[in-house]
Design a protein around this ligand. Structure first.
Ligand code: CDP
Ligand code: MG
Length: 751
């Protein structure tokens, strides 16, 4: 039996403080080193004197002049969305003017590529037009999105435009959340959902039209769907396929589907003044905050959109913006709103809400706001030029999430966000030289840079034998395919000849990454499926804990009480079990700084995964008090992500020797308890390589479960004992031989 140890909150508080101090220190360094940049971009502190070194030719001056000019121009313009009905808004969209043209082309062709600037109405209108033209009589109109947030928010918007209840005529489906019904005729979904649907129904007979939206994003699942739908359309003459893209690479899509027609929606955009930083920006968070403040204090009305690579930067930006606003005298209110995919959906919806008159909005977003979401009223864009991407790292043999410069195409999309409803300004926190020389023209499609294990598993079960021959628009590097197959082989999903095994067939059934599916299957064999089901569900839901500003210590103390020192996975299990013991109470969640909504979601995910397990006749068995078996089961799925202790608090990847660190939020961090071996869920690269979701494992387990990677090295002592044992056996044998010899002699004598 393992005791759940309650610890004081002080430790976590210190860890977080250290992390924050480090960030702050970074900012300070920059302030000393980058005075010039500070002058160009910076907002002056309250007591700062006018700095004579500010160049008259600086961006700062330019933008100010521009702002004054625009102020006059826009004074009369009213907030369009506020004063117009939904119908009027629909009719104002650029796509409305070409509705009949578009429908005619679609009537005459099975596949059409539609190009239009972001905000022209592709996502919200096309599906409705197809429905109005009668296609929904023969099946659903489906529309795929690379991002979950987009699928949800667009479905909501369209249901409002059509005056129906979300989930009835208009619905959406994302992983673990199906808000559709018998009545549904327009269905928004992630591309991953449609891909999985093709497993059950390879011709997608339920659909009369499929809109592959945001094709320019080139998400992994969209790229795979391209290949599959290209085949489906040859079998189904009645299916309409519409591929939409925000950028002008129509030719490539058109060519892929056999030179099909493309249609460009004439745009209606306003001029955007693009300003480059004059020198290299050291700390983009700090620079962005200063720029946002400057706009807020000095510029005309109009909302601000700040791009940030990821959640952590977004949080720091929002916090720092709010802090610095408080330091300034006499400033108008500013509503600061974060948006990223892991943010709970009720908070995500806030970015679309209108702020009261005279209150400026500042949205801080990941590249989710680049093309998938359109926030009206943005007049200022601040673009640090970075985004987070999952990239297969051949050095470590797996995917790692890291920050990279965006491509020129991304940068231009971002700037364009400022000119949707009026003329705007885009502040680029990088130099023109960086833009020209350090940024790729277009970004690399996901299929060419990530682990393909999931795709390989899916295609294999769809009967695609030779993946190297599958028709990809941009084939992934052969090494990537082979490596992914290798990973599936390691997990026992493929046999030595590359065929799907029984285990692999079972793994496909779960809408999970292969290691998690594997964990579910192993759990049944090991007798801990009840617990693993909860752990897997907890891992499938965004952040459980929150730390409200001003109550950090309080929330950390509460959080630490859940820690199981051996394992972050078990810590998650512990949270769920305590929540269950408290009657799945929301109040209990709030008391412990746990997102009640997220926990509810976990419960739903658990129910859905259980259903799949039931269908596969996989029984739920509890490990009871044997918590070691749970860790062993985690080890069985993640032995390829193993690290070993090197120095104090320092781990290195067991196979590659690459350093990797415990994250300060890990239950194992700084506890004085440092296991020799750990496995981890994934690796995140920020300032250093962090392991996320870590569990302590025994060395022997690694050797037993991952024999292709590890073996047990004998210690000197055990070698000695073995030698002794061998010697003893030899003399035993000699005695036996002598005895036999003796007996032989006797028998001879008797004869
Ligand atoms: O797909 P595309 O970028 O061409 O445009 P869209 O997403 O269909 O957006 C058209 C318009 O619908 C936007 O300009 C927004 O005004 C509005 N919209 C909204 O208000 N709320 C949403 N969740 C989505 C769109
Ligand atoms: Mg769209």
């Amino acid at each position: 039996d393992m005791a759940v140890v309650a610890r004081s909150g002080s430790l976590l508080v210190r860890k977080f403080r250290d992390l924050k101090e480090k960030k702050k220190a970074q900012h300070k360094d920059w302030e000393l080193a980058g005075t010039k940049l500070g002058n160009i971009l910076g907002i002056k502190k309250k007591d700062d004197k006018e700095d004579p070194s500010v160049s008259e030719e600086g961006d700062f001056k330019t933008s100010q002049r521009f702002a004054q000019h625009m102020e006059k121009k826009n004074e009369a313009s009213s907030d369009f969305a506020k004063s117009k009905t939904l119908l009027q808004q629909r009719q104002y969209l650029p796509i409305y003017a070409v509705k009949e043209d578009l429908l005619n082309i679609i009537r005459d062709n099975n596949i059409v590529v539609v190009i239009g600037e972001t905000g022209s109405g592709k996502t919200t209108q096309l599906a409705q037009y197809l429905h109005e033209d009668g296609y929904s009589k023969y099946g659903m109109v489906g529309c795929t999105q690379p991002r979950r947030v987009a699928a949800m928010s667009v479905a909501k918007r369209v249901s409002e435009e059509m005056g129906v209840t979300l989930g009835e005529e208009v619905g959406y489906a994302i992983r673990f959340e199906d808000v559709t019904s018998e009545k549904t005729i327009i269905k928004y979904m992630t591309d991953g959902i449609l891909l999985r649907e093709s497993l059950r129904e390879s011709d997608l007979d339920g659909y009369s039209c499929i809109i592959m939206d945001e094709a320019h994003e080139r998400s992994l699942n969209t790229d795979v769907l391209f290949g599959l739908l290209r085949e489906v359309i040859t079998r189904r003459r009645d299916l309409k396929l519409i591929v939409t893209s925000a950028t002008m690479d129509a030719e490539k899509f058109s060519h892929f589907f056999g030179n099909v027609p493309s249609y460009t929606i004439p745009g209606r955009t306003f001029p955007v003044d693009v300003l480059f930083s004059k020198s290299v920006v050291e700390d983009y968070v700090d620079a962005a905050v200063k720029q946002a403040l400057q706009i807020h204090v000095q510029a005309r009305k109009g909302d601000i959109l700040v791009f940030m690579p990821g959640q952590e930067d977004i949080e720091v930006t929002c916090e720092s913006l709010t802090e610095r606003l408080e330091e300034l005298d006499d400033v108008a209110p500013l509503t600061v709103l974060p948006i990223y995919s892991q943010l709970p959906s009720d908070l995500q919806a806030k970015i679309f809400q209108k702020t009261p008159d005279g209150v400026r909005k500042c949205v801080v977003a990941t590249n989710i706001a680049e093309t998938s979401l359109t926030v009206d009223g943005i007049a200022f864009v601040i673009d640090p030029g970075y985004c987070k991407m999952k990239v297969f790292n051949s050095r470590i043999g797996m995917d790692a999430l890291s920050v990279f410069p965006v491509s020129q195409a991304n940068a231009n999309q971002r700037s364009g966000r400022a000119g949707r409803t009026e003329a705007g300004v885009a502040y680029r926190l990088y130099t023109l030289n960086q833009y020209k020389n350090e940024m790729l023209v277009a970004s690399v499609p996901e299929i060419q840079r990530t682990n393909l294990a999931n795709v390989v598993l899916l295609l294999k079960s769809l009967g695609v034998q030779d993946l190297l021959k599958f028709h990809f628009m941009d084939p992934p590097p052969q090494d990537n395919i082979l490596n992914s197959m290798y990973q599936l082989w390691i997990l026992g999903a493929l046999d030595n000849t590359g065929q799907l095994t029984t285990c692999g067939r079972s793994m496909v059934e779960f809408p999970l990454d292969p290691p998690l599916s594997k964990m579910m299957i192993t759990a049944v064999e090991m007798g801990c499926s009840s617990e693993i089901l909860i752990i897997v569900s907890m891992l499938s839901v965004p952040a459980i804990f929150y730390r409200p500003a001003g109550r950090e210590e309080d929330s950390d103390t509460k959080r630490e009480k859940f820690c199981v020192p051996e394992s972050d996975h078990m810590t998650l299990l512990n949270v769920y079990q305590q929540w269950k013991a408290n009657g799945y109470s929301s109040t209990w969640c709030n008391d412990h700084f746990i997102h009640a909504k997220a926990m509810k979601k976990v419960r739903e995910v658990r129910a859905q995964l259980k259903e799949i397990a039931d269908q596969q006749k996989m029984p739920l068995v509890s490990a009871g008090n044997d918590w070691d078996i749970i860790r062993k089961c985690i080890c069985a799925a993640y032995f390829h992500h193993a690290a070993t202790l090197k120095g104090i608090g320092e781990y290195v990847n067991l196979r590659t020797g690459m350093p990797c660190h415990l994250h300060p939020t890990s239950a194992l961090f700084g506890m004085g308890f440092t296991p020799d071996y750990v496995v981890y869920h994934e690796l995140v690269m920020t300032s250093r390589e962090y392991m996320q979701s870590v569990t302590a494992v025994e060395g022997e387990w690694l050797a037993e479960l991952g024999p292709m990677f590890y073996s047990v090295k004998e210690s000197a002592k055990s070698r000695q004992e073995k030698r002794k044992a061998a010697k003893a056996r030899v003399s035993e044998m000699e005695e036996e031989l002598a005895l036999a010899d003796e007996q032989l002699k006797q028998r001879r004598a008797e004869m």
